[in-house]
Design a protein around this ligand. Structure first.
Ligand SMILES: O=C(O)c1cc(C(=O)O)c2c(n1)C(=O)C(=O)c1cc(C(=O)O)[nH]c1-2
Length: 239
């Protein structure tokens, strides 16, 4: 698809810009101490439940974040592609979609649907971090909100590793609990690529490119904030 506007003279080339975005990989949550303990099989069932219940709050926010992007985006091609993401999470009817699969994971680790849906285990730090992500998408230019979702570029390897390590270390989790990850792994590479394409195509000035890099850094912090809250609680803290 042709670019609507030429790159401004001070803008990074697409390759330089993409490299700047990818350079944020060390800020991603894959090396967070909580994730490391999860991968090493060192989490208790209680800690896995707390993680699943807090991640639920993130999962539920994603389609609302994507709907905010749709409402702010004047480009019909982007909107047409983006709306698929909402359907992926919400499904076309009750009992379908990524959110439903996450609930199945929560049940497989020992939570009842009721205690997930009423959010009784959601920690204040999780709420602040995730709500900030939705507010960011509502209030910032739509292309920055799209760029904030670029953590997905880094998520495929993490999810594949999580799936393998959870099957290995937590054999008591029934296989149907992993449907979210197996389904997600089927779409995440394509979604990540199309998100990069949109961001590169629509950030035409150096200022827009820098804002996109900052948006991705912000999102890495949102994710780390969520795990910080869970990790602190596991260590005996209260938030
Ligand atoms: O399991 C993970 O580590 C992980 C990470 C991320 C991410 O990096 O933002 C997402 C997901 N999963 C995910 O399942 C998902 O649907 C998703 C949507 C988004 C987003 O920002 O739009 N990130 C992620």
């Amino acid at each position: 698809m042709p670019s609507a506007v030429a790159l401004s003279p001070d803008a990074l080339t697409p390759d330089e810009f993409t490299a700047r975005l990818r350079a944020l990989a060390p800020r991603y949550w894959d090396r967070h101490p909580f994730h490391l303990r999860l991968h090493e099989g060192r989490l208790t069932a209680h800690e896995l439940r707390l993680w699943a219940a807090n991640r639920w709050y993130y999962q539920r926010a994603i389609p609302r974040k994507d709907a905010a992007i749709l409402s702010n985006c004047p480009d019909v091609d982007v909107r047409r592609a983006w709306r698929e993401r909402i359907v992926w999470h919400d499904g076309d009817r009750p009992g379908e979609g990524g959110a439903e699969d996450w609930l199945r994971l929560a049940e497989a680790v020992g939570l009842s649907r009721e205690e997930v849906l009423d959010e009784r285990h959601v920690l204040p730090g999780t709420r602040f971090a995730v709500d900030a992500y939705v507010t960011f998408a509502r209030t910032r230019p739509w292309v920055e909100a799209v760029a904030s979702g670029l953590t997905e570029m880094f998520s495929r390897d993490l999810m594949a590793r999580r799936l393998a390590d959870m099957r290995l270390h937590y054999p008591w989790i029934a296989e149907e609990g992993f449907a979210y990850f197996t389904a997600r792994l089927g779409v995440v590479a394509d979604e990540g690529k199309s998100t990069v394409d949109i961001v590169v195509r629509h950030c035409r000035t150096r200022g827009q490119q820098e804002a996109a890099v900052a948006a991705l850094a912000f999102k890495c912090d949102v994710l780390r904030g969520l795990l910080d809250a869970v990790d602190y609680h596991c260590a005996g803290g209260s938030s």
